[in-house]
Design a protein around this ligand. Structure first.
Ligand SMILES: [Cu+2]
Length: 164
């Protein structure tokens, strides 16, 4: 029982840590807080989340991403079909003018790093290059955050519905 209390304490500490936001700009695109949850043991792929605000008056498009930390980075879309989460690779994300597009954990799009060369641990900063149709290439730093799924991993042995 003691370990249960320890885990609760650790979780509370992790939640209390401020998430330091960071951002990057290229042209009219403003990219906020590229971040990834820490990997779990045995996990060799990982999602990356970010927000892209196209502050301009012309549409752009996220075409691709790459990172020296992974064999490849792809763009995934995610949707719910009833209770089943479906993911598929897409060839880009539209960035309409004056619109914020969120690549996030629970819906829409995310980036997926596959073939990670080493585990991602909270506090790590991973270089990544984003390629945009109009704005060109932008180097960003992906901050590795504590894996919130870890908190519930002990409660349920069902891994997040994120198999590749
Ligand atoms: Cu995915």
């Amino acid at each position: 029982m003691q370990s249960k209390y320890l885990i609760s304490t650790l979780t509370a500490l992790l939640v209390a840590m401020p998430a330091l936001a960071h951002d990057a700009r290229i042209g009219t695109l403003h990219i906020f807080h590229p971040a990834a949850p820490a990997t779990l043991p045995g996990q060799n792929s990982g999602a990356v989340y970010l927000l892209i605000d196209n502050e301009g008056t012309v549409a752009d498009r996220l075409l691709a991403a790459s990172s020296p930390a992974a064999a490849s980075v792809s763009i995934h879309s995610m949707s719910m079909d009833g209770n089943i989460m479906k993911m598929r690779e897409v060839d880009g994300v539209a960035l309409p003018p004056a619109t914020k597009v969120s690549l996030k954990a629970d819906s829409g799009y995310h980036l997926m790093m596959t073939g990670l060369k080493q585990p991602m641990q909270a506090g790590d900063k991973i270089p990544m290059t984003l390629s945009f149709e109009r704005a060109g290439k932008l180097d960003v730093s992906v901050h590795v955050d504590p894996n919130k799924a870890q908190k519930t991993a002990a409660d349920s042995m069902v891994s997040p519905a994120h198999s590749h």
